[in-house]
Design a protein around this ligand. Structure first.
Ligand SMILES: C[S@@+](CC[C@H](N)C(=O)[O-])C[C@H]1O[C@@H](n2cnc3c(N)ncnc32)[C@H](O)[C@@H]1O
Length: 115
């Protein structure tokens, strides 16, 4: 009898967490400015490496690239382009304003939810 109660107590003490416990999805609407181009999108402000969630925020490399592209937008005029691993999509959104066609891709379902 005591053993059964112990077992029951043990089962009650077990905490089950699904993967959402480890995921920060507190996306914030954030404004970015590149020259005359203003982009508002939802993103995190700090990185998470769990489950390859690196795409939940805008990386410094994307800021540099967008800055360059906004100053040299003539190179994008009339182009069709695809962005691989676009995360929250800041580069694709900027390029879509100059390109004829632009496709953004990412393989992470959680990252895609931020869009
Ligand atoms: C370091 S983040 C960069 C995100 C964005 N390009 C930036 O610079 O802010 C890399 C992104 O690539 C995506 N990624 C990684 N491997 C991928 C794959 N095989 N196919 C599609 N997306 C991928 C990740 O989900 C993540 O969003």
């Amino acid at each position: 009898m005591e053993r059964k109660e112990d077992q029951q107590k043990e089962e009650e003490d077990i905490v089950c967490l699904d993967e959402s416990f480890f995921i920060n999805d507190n996306y914030q609407l954030t404004t970015f400015t590149f020259g005359s181009q203003v982009i508002q999108l939802f993103c995190l402000h700090s990185a998470s490496t769990d489950f390859d969630l690196t795409g939940q925020l805008v990386w410094p490399g994307a800021m540099l690239l967008n800055d360059y592209l906004s100053k040299n937008d003539e190179m994008l005029q009339g182009c069709s382009a695809i962005e691989l691993g676009s995360g929250v999509g800041i580069t694709g959104i900027l390029c879509s304003r100059f390109c004829r066609d632009f496709v953004l891709t990412d393989h992470n379902d959680e990252v895609l939810k931020a869009r």
